[in-house]
Each structure stands twice: as structure tokens, then as C-alpha cells.
Write a protein that binds this ligand. Structure first.
Ligand SMILES: Nc1ncnc2c1ncn2[C@@H]1O[C@H](COP(=O)(O)OP(=O)(O)OP(=O)(O)O)[C@@H](O)[C@H]1O
Ligand SMILES: [Mg+2]
Length: 220
């Protein structure tokens, strides 16, 4: 059997607030095979975003293993985790995290600047992908001027522009109309065909239907 690209074993996560401890994930096991689209389902509050934060190494689990290329990412150095995030992961977080002090172009350019690509190459890639996502005309706009669906497409563009091995998407179609949803899902499918592995948290049946497997989180 092919080894999964990413494997979670016994992942648990609790949050402490106001003297109370809330367990959100308890002994979650998940195998993500290379090139698959994996759907994460579950009620609001069941821990979908928490799980994607852990998968993208923006949050540490309290216990358990997350094995990528034979290494447990919970035991490697912070520098190695940062390298995983910047070179292997694209992430569309639920709250988007766009930078208000940069315009649309400069938000999308950020990951490519980290990769030290030259200016001409960055411009070419951004023009091409933003056209596909119907946000080319917005490139010079400030983030606060955008509608919810426009912001969502900017966040999608920023996450997929670097063509990462793994893409984590948290409710990526929540603010999109049918036409833009179809556009984004076609892009996801193309990325899959080019070898990207996708994990998508979603309530949307259209998205669930395009997944190769789904994993349902239980409320704790
Ligand atoms: N940083 C945090 N501190 C305290 N509690 C948190 C934190 N992050 C998440 N939680 C709690 O953990 C639970 C799971 O949150 P999470 O955002 O993962 O759920 P979700 O499944 O993504 O929900 P939704 O479908 O509404 O997006 C919620 O009860 C939330 O309040
Ligand atoms: Mg969520």
C-alpha cells in the first residue's frame, strides 16, 4: 500500500479559557494520501478549523503525531516547522488573514516574495491566476474595499499561487456565488491533477461530492 503523505495519530487538542478546559479534538487519526482531495466535515464547533490549523503547522496539538515524509512535525525544530509551512503548504484560513496595509497585488505576492522569485515572474503569475479567478481588476484595490466573496478569492489566489504540495482550505466556498464556486473548484481539480493534495473543511455538498474521502469530526 502507498504510504500516506500526511498521517495523524492520536491527535488531541484542548483550549483553556476562563478556568475551563474544553477538549476539541480527541485521539483523531487521519491518513491523507498523496493526490487526494480529503473533506473534513462536522458541526460548527466540532474542530474543523482547529484541525486545519494543526495540519498547516500554525497550531500545535497537545499530544499525538503528525507525520510528514517520515518525520513527526511535532518533534522537529521551529525552523523546520516554518520550512514545512513556507515550502510545502498553501492555506486558506476561514478568517482569510489578508493584510489590510497592503493592496490585493501585494497580498498575493507575499508568498512569492518569500520564495525570492524575481519581480517579472511574480507579476506574470499573479496576472494569470488573478484573471482566472476574476480578480484581475481588483489588484490595485485596498483589502477593506472588497466584498466578502472578492476577499475569499484573493485569499484563495494567495494560497494557491505558490503551487504547494499540500493545500488546506477552510470553508473556501462559503462566500462565493455558484459561478465563482465552480471556478474555484475547477482550479482545485486542476491542482489535484498536477499532484497537489487537498484537505478541505466544508459544509457544502458540492464540495463534499468532489472529495475522494471525507472525515467527520464529532462534537466533544
Ligand atoms: N484559540 C482558541 N481558544 C479557545 N477556544 C478555541 C480556540 N480556537 C477554537 N476554540 C474553540 O474550539 C471549538 C472548535 O472550534 P473550531 O473553530 O475548530 O470549529 P469549527 O468546526 O471550525 O466550526 P465552524 O464550522 O463554525 O467554523 C469551538 O468551541 C471554539 O470556541
Ligand atoms: Mg471553522
Amino acid at each position: 500500500m502507498i504510504e500516506p503523505i500526511l498521517k495523524l495519530e492520536n491527535i488531541s487538542k484542548s483550549f483553556k479559557s476562563a478556568g475551563h478546559t474544553q477538549t476539541v479534538l480527541e485521539n483523531v487519526a487521519l491518513q491523507i494520501r498523496e493526490g487526494e482531495i480529503v473533506g473534513i466535515r462536522g458541526k460548527s464547533g466540532s474542530g474543523k478549523s482547529t484541525l486545519l490549523n494543526i495540519l498547516s503547522a500554525t497550531l500545535m496539538a497537545d499530544s499525538g503525531k503528525m507525520i510528514f515524509k517520515g518525520q513527526d512535525l511535532h518533534t522537529v525544530t521551529n525552523k523546520e516547522r516554518a520550512r514545512y509551512r513556507s515550502s510545502c503548504v498553501g492555506y486558506i484560513p476561514q478568517n482569510l488573514y489578508l493584510l489590510d496595509d497592503r493592496n490585493v497585488f501585494n497580498n498575493i505576492a507575499l508568498p512569492l516574495q518569500y520564495m525570492k522569485l524575481d519581480k517579472k515572474h511574480i507579476e506574470k503569475r499573479i496576472h494569470s491566476l488573478s484573471s482566472e479567478l476574476g480578480i484581475f481588476a481588483l489588484l490595485k484595490k485596498e483589502i477593506h474595499m472588497l466584498s466578502g466573496g472578492e476577499k475569499q478569492r484573493v485569499a484563495i489566489c494567495r494560497a494557491i499561487i505558490k503551487k504547494s504540495k499540500l493545500l488546506f482550505a477552510d470553508e473556501p466556498t462559503g462566500s462565493l456565488d455558484d459561478e465563482n464556486e465552480a471556478l474555484v473548484l475547477a482550479l482545485f481539480r486542476r491542482m489535484q491533477n498536477q499532484g497537489t493534495t487537498l484537505v478541505v473543511a466544508t459544509h457544502d455538498d458540492v464540495v463534499v461530492n468532489m472529495c475522494d474521502t471525507t472525515h467527520k469530526l464529532q462534537m466533544r
